[in-house]
Design a protein around this ligand. Structure first.
Ligand code: ZN
Length: 269
């Protein structure tokens, strides 16, 4: 039961749904209160058209407190849907990501259509769709495990800061640190913090920025037992992954212009 509760709130920046809320809102949603009752007491052989999407799934429905679940997805009453859609849309993650998160945790009849409508009506999401498709990495270039090869680069300066952006080649996990400058000292310090959290990678890929080519940074990598690969335009192990991560971070940050620096970082990392 705990896991199911966590699933429902895991992604959300705020928690618009509590069990008490839901009890009140479920009562205000006549269809949902019938779904709740039928799930508890047994479904009739025929139902109104509005209930058909639930009826088709009735063997997979269950009740936890007042939440009706379809398998492990929480069914959201009509009145709560706008707030949930707004949360899913936060940061303009785009159609694919929004649907992926929603499909992992939530369901309601016509959910996909509602999400598609939101993205189509949003100018910023549309700009993202128009961007040229990203080139796929050759599968052989993918490392075999998490955090074994990381790509690093600096983004900025914007919002008055530089950002040390790290992406894990395996999971595409983004790790972003705001810094005052892009010196070797700062870079090594932030790397140490990152390694303390995620572990030490086997390989670190960077461009030829001074902070990465200095002898101090070389010593730092050697002391940690990390192979440092510097990309060149003609070298196959280029740092495209980090450049793309920087672009993703910059684009995303611009979309979050009303948020503070910390909130922006928390949204990404
Ligand atoms: Zn949008």
């Amino acid at each position: 039961m705990e896991e199911e509760k966590i699933l429902a709130i895991d992604y959300l920046a705020t928690t618009p749904v509590t069990a008490k809320d839901k009890r009140l809102k479920a009562r205000r949603d006549p269809w949902m209160s019938r779904v709740l009752r039928y799930t508890l007491e047994g479904w009739p052989t025929t139902v109104d058209n509005e209930l058909l999407p639930y009826w088709r799934r009735h063997e997979e429905l269950s009740v936890r407190e007042v939440c009706v679940l379809w398998c492990d997805r929480v069914i959201i009453p009509r009145v709560e849907r706008p707030a949930i859609i707004a949360e899913l849309h936060f940061g303009h993650p785009g159609m694919t990501k929004m649907k992926a998160v929603a499909r992992s945790y939530l369901w309601w009849p016509g959910m996909d259509k509602n999400l598609e409508g939101t993205v189509r009506a949003c100018e910023r999401c549309q700009q993202r769709v128009k961007a040229p498709p990203r080139a796929l990495l050759h599968p052989q270039l993918l490392p075999k495990r998490l955090w074994s090869r990381i790509h690093v680069d600096y983004a900025g300066s914007f919002m008055g800061r530089m950002f040390l952006v790290t992406v894990d080649a395996f999971s595409k996990w983004l790790d972003v640190y705001a810094t005052q400058s892009a010196t070797t000292e700062v870079t090594s310090e932030k790397r140490k913090t990152s390694f303390a959290i995620h572990g030490i990678p086997e390989r670190l890929v960077s461009d030829n920025g001074t902070c990465f080519t200095s002898s101090e940074f070389r010593t730092f990598c050697e002391s940690q037992g990390i192979i440092h690969t510097k990309s060149t335009p003609y070298h196959p192990s280029s740092n495209r992954l980090a450049e793309r991560a920087v672009q993703t971070f910059k684009d995303g940050s611009r979309k979050l212009e009303t948020r503070s620096l910390n909130e922006t970082l928390q949204t990404f990392c």
